[in-house]
Design a protein around this ligand. Structure first.
Ligand SMILES: *Cc1c(COP(=O)(O)O)cnc(C)c1O
Length: 460
């Protein structure tokens, strides 16, 4: 294989007082000595990294699948695979970076760009991490891979397990799951186990099972997932000709993504490939904001889990985020901050992003909602150069969108039983409901003429 880097990886505990190291071929999800989270670390070879940014740029014109992948294109920066045969790629990454002028205006920024990870093969950034997680699963000879998931990790795992010829087993919470996500894991052939309880309960169960059965765990507690997700940082820099933005904003659930971005930017900086770090900014939903609460409590002691996390943005409905210590580290490295947003703010921001011609799922819209709040509080300057990461596709959760635009979005609703009960009616501030009209040419002609008499570009 052309330029497939030689493996030089090892695992290292992130606890400053421990720092135990392990062989990268060991199947570990936590430090055996202290229980801490693990990082994949490398002995970087200066020769392999010579002129590496130019190599990455040249690969954008390549026909080779590894070069075309928006993850494996950057493989010298995560050299852990021991053979090219371990790579299973669906051409993940390669997601667009777009100007979002209406969203910028709404947030109070002069300019805003969004990187839409929802344009990945299964519709979320989880694919960036799944391709590397599956590579490590192959390296270890795993036959079955598993995860707990609010939906997107299971969709991604199901697809990559199918491509790799492995059993995929996904544990999803009881109750509400976005149908787009459930549909994917069913279609891709994963064994789909809907358990009683929420995501945090499912996570605990699958972590135990990974200890007592040969399942290989592919949640973001698995550090090899984060190695793929850190390439989101590389790709967004490459799209900006390696110019570092002032700030990168992400929604926070299990906090794997902000951890991965932090590691990616930090490694590039440590290697002398970029001159500074962007400030990482995490936005959580008010009803599922354990990280923000920990900061508000002056960072004392351990993070207190939120027992019944609640938000319609199901991808971030997580009360006990596994990667919180890595997230704190990422915010410390980059002088980052975190904030919360309400359900109403998420719903409205999503509609505004839509007016930019960009569809994202509710969790992704927390970024623009959070920016709006931070600008109004004076914590983000209106002239900052900001990139918001839109984490998932609008098509994952069309129910949310239709209910918003038709005035039927409730923070608490039993949907399956046709609103047998519904509470917390959200306002449809930017509603665009379908209109019932007769199929009569005269009536329709008048509707069109009335429409064209209005100013042509309604601004948000
Ligand atoms: C997984 C996910 C998140 C949350 O990311 P974490 O790494 O768990 O913090 C946010 N949005 C979407 C669409 C996701 O799929």
């Amino acid at each position: 294989m052309e330029r497939f880097p030689r493996a030089s990886a090892y695992l290292k505990c992130i606890e400053p007082t421990c720092r135990a190291t392990y062989d990268a071929g060991e199947q570990l999800y936590a430090c055996e000595r202290c229980g801490g989270l693990l990082d994949v670390c490398y002995e970087w070879s200066p020769a392999a990294l010579h002129d590496i940014l130019a190599t990455f740029d040249a690969r954008r014109a390549s026909y080779h699948p590894y070069d075309q992948s928006g993850v494996w294109r950057f493989r010298e920066l995560f050299p852990f695979a021991t053979s090219p045969s371990q790579v299973v790629t669906l051409g993940e990454g390669n997601t667009p970076l777009w100007d979002a002028p209406r969203s910028a205006h709404y947030a109070g920024l002069k300019r805003l760009t969004v990187k839409h990870q929802g344009l990945n093969p299964t519709g979320s950034f989880k694919d960036n991490g799944m391709t590397t997680g599956i590579a490590q699963a192959r390296r270890l000879g795993a036959r079955a891979v598993a995860c707990a998931s609010t939906g997107n990790t299971s969709a991604s795992l199901a697809a990559y397990a199918a491509r790799a010829g492995m059993h995929g087993i996904v544990f999803i919470p009881g109750g509400r799951i976005a149908y787009g996500k459930l549909a994917q894991s069913l279609d891709y052939g994963a064994v789909t186990l809907q358990i009683e309880g929420n995501f945090d309960d499912a996570m605990r169960l699958v972590r135990d099972l990974a200890r007592t059965t040969p399942l290989y765990l592919l949640n973001s507690v698995n550090p090899f997932r984060l190695e793929g997700q850190k390439t989101i940082a590389f790709e967004l820099l490459q799209q900006r000709r390696w110019q570092v933005p002032d700030r990168v904003v992400v929604p926070g659930g299990n906090l794997g993504n902000v951890s991965a971005l932090g590691k990616g930017f930090k490694e590039l900086h440590d290697l002398g490939l970029i001159p500074r770090l962007p400030k990482l900014t995490v936005v959580q939903a008010e009803g599922a904001a354990p990280l923000v609460r920990w900061y508000a409590a002056h960072r004392v002691g351990n993070l207190l889990p939120v027992n019944r996390p609640k938000t319609l943005a199901t991808a971030i409905q997580i009360g006990n985020p596994v990667s919180w210590l890595k997230a704190v580290r990422a915010l410390d490295w980059t002088d980052g901050i975190c904030t919360t947003v309400s359900e109403q703010e998420i719903a409205d921001a999503k509609a505004i992003i839509g007016r930019d011609g960009i569809g994202c799922e509710p969790a992704s819209a927390a970024t623009v909602a959070g920016l709006r709040r931070l600008v109004s509080e004076g914590l983000v300057h209106p002239e900052e150069d900001v990139v918001a990461i839109l984490t998932g596709s609008a098509l994952k959760d069309p129910d949310f969108t239709v209910q918003y635009h038709t005035g039927q979005l409730f923070t608490d609703a039993e949907r399956e039983t046709h609103l047998a009960y519904a509470e917390g009616h959200l306002m449809s501030t930017f509603a665009n409901a379908p209109r019932q009209v007769p199929g009569k040419p005269d009536v329709l002609r008048q509707i069109i003429l009335d429409l064209l008499a209005e100013p042509s570009c309604p601004t948000a």
